[in-house]
Design a protein around this ligand. Structure first.
Ligand code: ADP
Ligand code: MG
Length: 662
């Protein structure tokens, strides 16, 4: 129970406006004292200053002079935020034009002030349902606003005003858009819901409305005078003084929840305005997609090895004998059986080890035994080839697959069989195909060809060669030039292991004298990096930024238009009492949400395009965290920058002006 009796004490209020050249005084030295529990009518002709007074009482506008004490609190010293907070907790408005938010249903419209107050959801739902039931609208609880009749809309607006249990309920021509019957209903309702600790002010020019109120005041030349023509009618005299219906409870004034509430409202509005924002999102998506595409594709292309040549070579280390007096045949065979050679296989990162020694290069090879005569048999046109002694592992180490016959083995080597495996390129040059029992003649010396291996295009120096077992006794004197090529140990390695293997292998193969072999490492892999030069990349990024800017301007434009279009909604939120910072935050957050959704769509688009391009080119896509990060960050930046100005405009909306519009 309150101990004081006056809800409103206004003394010597004056308010004027500048209209064009002249200054007009609307209110002049106006005095007003209202009691709790009262429903009063304020009458006066159009333009007499009724709305001006109501806006001052509602803390939407400040008087030029005079004092206004609301619920024992002098309001003249309050700043904008404190006024908003006081409005949120102690004042409520009902307008002629209802000012309901179209994208929210009945429940959510009524719930709005409680969200701004920071009331927890459970309690919110209970209070909203209770007040809606009280106003006889339970059957329309989740109805869309545009399906309601005028009378129903005004009842929803009254429910929204009452749900916070305000001290002062300010109604500006609440029945102006209603027919006589609805007018009666609404006034009776206002009469009924005004509790003992509340005051309701009804501005009207309808004498029937005035007749239903406890007192009637009239604005005359800027002052209020008591109008005694309207006596309270019999039924309103026995008004329901039931404060338990809408109990006034302690107001928590010190905990504004505008931040959370505004984010929530932004989310809500974004979902409902998704279709309107679709094209704006699309513009952002395109900008972000082209940016991510440029950055991502450049990274992907730069990361590609130029071709399979590099991939193969990048996984091969060759140990070459350094001595000027090369090893003899016996020493090579010893080496192959030695522990150091076998240990190479166990080095970390080594997949395969092979030994090879060129015997002759440029040996004359024919497919028939006749050589050195004027006429060769048909099909025996000689070709030049190199002959290598090698372990049978050489083919795996060189990436050559058996395509016909078989490989030689340890037995062939030990018996020094006169057998060989040839690269298929040699048979192609000789223009013959392999069949069991094929012999080739190296300067007339017959060699049985037991198998054919494919050629590795990465290894041009051993293309179309002849391989004989390591233990072969072939000397092939004057078959070609005796080779000076050093003995080679080929190590096939894991990707990226070449440096490590190269360093360790020279010690492993010759622990006492590491200089005996030198490791030949593959060249730095050549990449496609040069394919996209910096200039082109910068040009592409510049173009992406242009597209992105168009997206940003799109957002800004959309939201500036939206702020104009929604200024009644924004005005209403401010009138309810949200902090102006809350409006700024809400619009900025909406802009960021639009931008972020567009950004995500853009990134998804770009990643898919990169994947397809990689699939076609058989590249490995390289989409790093930083590529995605650049996209996300740009999108966020666009949202913030584009939303800031519209948000600022929104926070500067004048509720007094927007709400008086029809
Ligand atoms: P009522 O509500 O009684 O019809 P108002 O209070 O709306 O009257 O307006 C009173 C007078 O003050 C009118 O002449 C109106 O043109 C003027 N007025 C109200 N608001 C403004 C304003 N923001 N700027 C200039 N003149 C205003
Ligand atoms: Mg008015």
């Amino acid at each position: 129970m309150t101990t004081q009796e006056h809800s409103v004490i206004a003394e010597n209020l004056s308010k004027g406006f500048v209209q064009g050249e002249e200054h007009i005084t609307v209110l002049e030295q106006l005095n007003l004292t209202l009691n709790y529990g009262e429903v009063i009518a304020i009458l006066g002709p159009s333009g007499s200053g009724k709305s001006t007074l109501l806006n001052i009482l509602g803390l939407l506008s400040t008087p030029d002079e005079g004092t206004y004490v609301l619920d024992e609190e002098d309001t003249s010293a309050l700043n904008a935020k404190e006024r908003a907070l006081l409005r949120l907790h102690k004042i409520a408005f009902v307008f002629q034009a209802f000012h309901l938010i179209d994208h929210k249903n009945v429940f959510k419209n009524v719930e709005l002030p409680l969200i701004y107050q920071g009331v927890p959801p459970q309690e919110r739902a209970e209070r909203v349902k209770a007040i809606i039931e009280r106003l006889g609208l339970s059957h329309r609880l989740y109805a869309k606003i545009n399906t309601l009749s005028g009378g129903e809309k005004q009842r929803v607006a009254i429910a929204r005003a009452l749900v916070t249990e305000p001290k002062v309920l300010l109604c500006d021509e609440p029945t102006g858009s209603l027919d006589a019957e609805r007018t009666q209903e609404v006034i009776a309702l206002l009469r009924e819901v005004t509790g003992e600790e509340q005051t309701t002010i009804v501005v009207t020019h309808d004498s029937d409305v005035a007749r239903e109120c406890d007192r009637c005041l009239r604005v005359e030349s800027g002052r209020l005078v008591e109008d005694t023509r309207y006596r309270p009618s019999a039924n309103t005299a026995q008004r329901v003084k039931d404060s338990s219906v809408v109990p006034v409870h302690a107001i928590e004034m010190n905990r504004p929840r505008w931040f959370v509430a505004s984010i929530k409202e932004a989310f809500d509005a974004s979902i409902h305005r998704m279709r309107r924002n679709l094209f704006t999102m699309f513009a952002v998506a395109l900008g972000i997609a082209s940016l991510v595409l440029t950055v991502g594709l450049t990274a992907t292309i730069s990361g590609q090895l130029s071709d399979a040549f590099d991939v193969f070579l990048a996984q091969r280390v060759t140990l070459e004998e350094t001595s000027k007096t090369p090893m003899t045949q016996e020493q090579i065979l010893e080496l192959e059986q030695s522990a150091p050679y076998k240990n190479l296989k166990n080095l970390h990162g080594v997949k395969n080890v092979a030994l090879m020694k060129q015997v002759v290069s440029g040996a004359i090879v024919t497919s028939a035994p006749v050589l050195g005569q004027a006429n060769y048999f048909q099909g025996t046109t000689p070709v030049d080839a190199s002959v290598y002694r090698a372990t049978s592992s050489v083919f795996v180490a060189q990436g050559q697959n058996l395509i016909a016959g078989r490989l030689f083995d340890q037995g062939h080597s030990q018996r020094a069989d006169q057998v060989a495996v040839v690269g298929e390129g040699l048979l192609q040059r000789l223009n013959i195909t392999w069949s069991e029992g094929l012999y080739l003649y190296v300067k007339g010396v017959p060699i049985s060809i037991i198998g054919v291996v494919s050629e590795n295009p990465s290894l041009s120096e051993t293309y179309a060669s002849i391989y004989v077992p390591l233990g072969s006794k072939l000397t092939l004197k004057d078959a070609g030039s005796i080779s000076t090529e050093p003995l080679k140990i080929i190590l096939a390695t894991d990707p990226g292991a070449t440096n490590q293997v190269g360093q360790e292998a020279v010690y492993t193969i010759s622990p006492d004298r590491p200089g005996k072999f030198t490791a030949v490492l593959p060249p730095e892999p050549k990449t496609l990096r040069n394919a996209v030069d910096t200039q082109q990349k910068n040009l592409l990024i510049a173009m992406s930024l242009v597209t992105l800017s168009i997206g940003a301007i799109g957002i800004m434009n959309t939201f500036l238009v939206a702020v104009i279009e929604r200024r009644k909604e924004i005005g209403l939120r401010l009138a309810i009492g949200t902090d102006p910072r809350g409006i700024l935050l809400q619009i900025a957050a909406e802009s960021i949400m639009v931008s972020v959704i567009g950004t995500i769509a853009g990134i998804v688009l770009a990643v898919n395009i990169i994947a397809v391009v990689c699939l076609i080119n058989q590249w490995t896509p390289i989409i790093g965290a930083e590529t995605i990060g650049i996209g996300l960050l740009s999108g966020l930046l666009v949202g913030v920058l584009a939303g800031l100005y519209p948000a600022f405009k929104a926070s500067r909306v004048e509720p007094v002006q927007t709400l008086s519009e029809g």
